[in-house]
Design a protein around this ligand. Structure first.
Ligand SMILES: O=P(O)(O)OC[C@@H](O)[C@@H](O)c1c[nH]c2ccccc12
Length: 265
């Protein structure tokens, strides 16, 4: 099913699957969808998350320690698909767990689960030919990361092979909420627009209603990860789903209201 961003801008919620445990991730994902997340990025925990900042690294450690494996994440995706037929579901992984599982078996299982797309963070488009054959065979949207430092020919290649949406990272470096989004994101999206009509999602550092509104000025969706994972880290399993839902609804408030609400608190 094509990934749709019903809201403007759309919202992509990244969660590390299995943090703190798989059943809590399920409840959090359902709450996030019901609170307005158009797409859930289910992160496959990995022992060496080199592109992640400290918040998501800790989440990966907890999930790996809890025994979460790629097969469990795929089963969780299948459960979410049954529970929310129209939600966007993306498996987000480093290549190593996918390679160990077997790319063909991974794609077959993901398709059966009802996954819409796959984003392998360390899969570079110049080396993706074989990977793309498997994804296409199983109708999985290949999603790639574009960075402000990506040269034009790489943006062009990413645009040619991508489906679903293109993920524009707002800055180079690792994931993690930050105070203000850099102007690089706007410039990168403008460059990408000359190569693709796909929706473009912007991530890295998005953590407030102001950020989401700012991203909405030039991109089609905002990706929020660390800010959500930090809430999960601080919450009990019981309170996490409602805390995440409240935070996501807050991201949708118009910044002036959000500002006023923040002042009123
Ligand atoms: O955490 P942030 O700053 O909100 O950025 C989203 C990011 O976490 C998520 O999309 C992601 C998780 N792991 C990644 C690795 C590379 C790029 C992106 C990611």
């Amino acid at each position: 099913m094509p990934i749709r961003f019903a809201s403007k801008p759309g919202l992509v919620a990244y969660l590390t699957a299995g943090d703190p445990d798989l059943s809590t991730t399920r409840e959090i994902a359902l709450s996030a969808i019901d609170a307005g997340a158009d797409v859930i990025e289910l992160g496959v925990p990995f022992s060496d998350p080199l592109a992640d900042g400290p918040v998501i690294q800790r989440a990966s450690e907890r999930a790996v320690a809890g025994g979460t494996r790629l097969v469990d994440v795929l089963e969780l995706a299948a459960e979410l698909r049954v529970a929310r037929p129209s939600a966007g579901l993306v498996i987000f992984s480093y290549y190593n767990p996918v390679l160990r599982f077997g790319i063909e078996k991974f794609c077959e299982t993901a398709e059966k689960a009802g996954v819409d797309g796959v984003l392998v963070t360390d899969m570079i488009v110049e080396e993706a030919d074989d990977y793309l054959v498997h994804l296409r065979r199983h109708h999985l949207a290949p999603i790639f990361l574009a960075a402000p430092t990506s040269p034009d020919e790489r943006l062009k290649k990413i645009a040619e092979v991508s489906e679903g949406f293109v993920y524009a990272i707002s800055r180079t470096g690792i994931t993690g909420a930050q105070k203000n989004l850099t102007a690089d994101a706007g410039q990168l999206v403008r460059r990408l627009r000359s190569y693709t009509n796909l929706p473009i999602a912007v991530g890295f550092g998005v953590s407030t209603a102001e950020h989401v509104a700012a991203v909405g000025e030039f991109a089609d969706a905002a990706v929020v990860g660390s800010a959500l994972v930090a809430i999960i880290e601080k919450s009990t399993s019981e309170e996490a789903p409602s805390s995440i839902a409240r935070f996501i609804r807050g991201l949708r408030e118009s910044p002036s209201l959000a500002g006023a609400a923040a002042l009123a608190r």
